[in-house]
Design a protein around this ligand. Structure first.
Ligand SMILES: Nc1ncnc2c1ncn2[C@@H]1O[C@H](COP(=O)(O)OP(=O)(O)OP(=O)(O)O)[C@@H](O)[C@H]1O
Ligand SMILES: [Mg+2]
Length: 155
């Protein structure tokens, strides 16, 4: 397995959406991606780019309050989580968190730090850092699928 890691400097919201579109074009299914970074770092904006490219034309709601938003786009299932408000990982059992892994083609998890004690099979970690108006994104592949996604992303 190659040790490809990627870093992007994203200057504005438009570029963040474009990068999300590139991620969507590169991804192999099924895939689990974590999106980690401070409030306003652009995690949901990247998710919007991914969902748009997959064919979702409506609004992309931040799952901060609902914890999960699901999409079915031409039989491609996406589950978009935001764990910010999860206080106790027991809460995950209430809504059958683990079952989403069986039914989703793509799982996006914002604030994965909140559920750090839960064993997750993550394919790709994307870490966001705010640098003024720009955002630095580090892509760390964690599996064969994560690597193949990154390889396609740079082609
Ligand atoms: N370079 C940039 N890339 C992305 N968003 C940017 C950038 N510069 C400014 N912004 C602004 O930052 C905000 C990012 O919001 P977004 O909801 O995507 O963040 P988030 O990481 O999901 O936050 P939260 O942790 O609250 O869910 C938007 O209001 C966007 O306009
Ligand atoms: Mg968000």
């Amino acid at each position: 397995m190659s040790e490809l890691k990627l870093q992007f400097c994203v200057e504005n919201e438009f570029e963040m959406v474009s990068l999300g579109e590139r991620v969507a074009k590169a991804l192999s299914r099924p895939l689990v991606i974590t999106l980690a970074g401070d409030l306003g770092a652009g995690k949901t904006t990247l998710a919007r780019g991914i969902l748009n490219q997959l064919g979702h034309s409506g609004h992309v709601k931040s799952p901060t309050f609902s914890i999960v938003e699901t999409y079915e786009i031409n039989s491609f299932r996406v589950s978009h989580f935001d764990m910010y408000r999860v206080k106790d990982t027991e809460e995950l059992n209430f809504f059958g968190f683990h079952e989403y892994f069986d039914i989703s083609d793509l799982i996006l998890i914002e604030w994965p730090e909140r559920i750090a004690t839960v064993d997750l099979c993550v394919d790709l970690e994307i870490n966001f850092t705010i640098v003024g108006k720009a955002r630095n994104l580090n892509f760390n592949p964690m599996s064969e699928s994560g690597h193949s996604t990154l390889n396609k992303l740079v082609q």
